[in-house]
Design a binder for this molecule. Structure first.
Ligand SMILES: CC(C)(COP(=O)(O)OP(=O)(O)OC[C@H]1O[C@@H](n2cnc3c(N)ncnc32)[C@H](O)[C@@H]1OP(=O)(O)O)[C@@H](O)C(=O)NCCC(=O)NCCS
Length: 403
């Protein structure tokens, strides 16, 4: 039995994220075409990758129906012009779909089954609204396996506010404001744009090109946030301003074994160290990243103080704050979501995991003093997922031939 292979993140891209719905920029764009665009863009950026060397294409989606169904990994591979010999499959772990595409195919690389893979996800929440056509087993309710509120993500966020009185609405709003400000600053500094693949879009006005995210609201103020309705509970604390929104978008990344990357002259942006998924009570699903992070750290033999950069999916401000409080990290710690997060950029569910990785990869390039970073996210029905990465640019790695 061969020893485990090194797994590296070579490159990652995404489409700009749109606002879901009839007024959103992708209303007339198919879901699978978003994923195809991301894959084509990824391959064009890495022309030295022989297409017939790709061993697997894993694409996630939460609602796998219609133009978002039909075994996305295979259909998008064919539509993206990969040879017939390249296989593919679809993945679903709700919000952590793309993250699971990465951990599953990355595990295949570690095992020696694959040399090169494409992993990503797509969610067109306009064409496929969250929970549409879902038919939860009645036993969930009749046997009280979960409360009805567990199936509504906003309600689970309200419950985190209930559970931890220190997590006030004011803190959630301030975190949301900072996310908007950081995204605006990252855009101004051209940190986001390099990993975006433009998408041709059609609207009543004719053809156009989506080149930037549609959801950010740089004009956000604390006063504006304070005035918003709380749609999940009367007099609640969770609003459209301190939640991620409803979005359309796709992501794709290229993973390789360390040997294959060296053979093809690919420069890794990150090295996979460990990953873990964990379950929590579905009623407070946003707490999921706490146990998944503890597990991933344990598997890596690291502690939270070893982590120099965090990319935490901002499904809701309150659940990110619960993570920060648990690990004793300040709300405004500069290591956390340096370029902002899903509250501003949007969260097209099954695509977001690779968006986090793209941002961490770019930050690794700018922070050679940082050795380890992590990407983490909460997942519907009470789960969390965490992936820990090592920075190949870390100053301590220089001269070790790892890069
Ligand atoms: C919260 C939610 C219900 C809001 O949906 P929505 O009402 O369609 O959201 P909108 O973007 O229209 O925003 C609602 C209002 O808030 C305003 N608003 C939103 N963000 C704002 C901000 N940062 N500053 C000021 N106003 C803001 C909008 O302008 C809009 O105002 P209007 O009603 O006067 O037009 C929806 O985004 C949601 O369900 N989010 C969670 C998604 C989710 O569960 N994902 C999975 C996570 S596990």
């Amino acid at each position: 039995m061969a020893e485990t292979a090194e797994v590296v993140f070579v490159d990652g891209v995404r489409t700009p994220f749109g606002r879901a719905g009839e007024k959103g920029m992708y209303w007339q764009t198919r879901a699978d075409d978003l994923a195809v665009k991301a894959i084509i863009g990824l391959l064009e950026r890495n022309p030295q990758v022989p297409k017939d060397r790709i061993d697997e294409v894993a694409i996630a989606a939460t609602t796998q129906q219609g133009d978002q169904g039909l075994t996305l990994g295979r259909t998008t591979a064919l539509l993206a012009g990969l040879p017939n010999s390249v296989p593919g499959f679809a993945i679903d772990r709700m919000c952590a779909g793309a993250m699971t595409s990465v951990t599953t195919t990355g595990s295949g690389i570690a095992f020696g089954a694959y040399d090169l893979v494409i992993a990503g996800g797509v969610e067109h929440m306009g064409r496929h609204p969250m929970g549409f056509n879902a038919d939860p087993n009645p036993r969930f309710m009749s046997e009280k396996l979960v409360s009805a509120e567990a199936l509504n993500m906003g309600s689970t966020a309200e419950r985190i506010h209930d559970r931890f009185p220190a997590l006030t609405k004011e803190r959630s709003d301030r975190f949301a404001l900072r996310s908007q400000q950081k995204v605006a600053a990252a855009y101004a500094a051209e940190k986001i744009q390099p990993d975006l693949i433009p998408v041709a879009i059609r609207s009543a006005a004719g053809w156009g090109l989506a080149t930037v995210d549609e959801a950010p609201r740089p004009e956000t103020t604390m006063e504006g946030l304070a005035s918003l309705r709380t749609p999940f509970r009367a007099h609640g604390r969770v609003t459209a301003g301190n939640s991620s929104g409803l979005n359309d978008g796709a992501t794709a990344c290229l993973l390789a074994s360390g040997d294959t990357a060296r053979e093809l002259g690919l420069t890794p942006k990150m090295r996979l160290v460990s990953f873990a998924f964990a379950g929590v009570e579905p009623e407070v699903m946003g707490l999921g990243p706490v146990p998944s992070t503890e597990k991933a750290l344990r598997k890596a033999g690291l502690t939270i103080t070893d982590i120099g950069l965090f990319e935490l999916n901002e499904a809701f401000a309150v659940q990110v704050l619960s993570f920060l409080d648990h690990f004793g990290i300040d709300d405004e710690d500069p290591r956390v979501n340096e370029y902002g997060g899903a509250i501003a950029l949007g969260h097209p569910l099954a695509s977001s995991g690779v968006r986090l990785m793209n941002q961490l990869a770019r930050q690794f390039g700018e922070h050679p003093e940082v050795r380890y970073g992590l990407t983490a996210m909460c997942i519907g029905l009470g789960q969390g997922g965490t992936v820990i990465w090592e920075n190949p640019n870390w100053v301590g790695n220089k001269g070790k031939g790892r890069k």
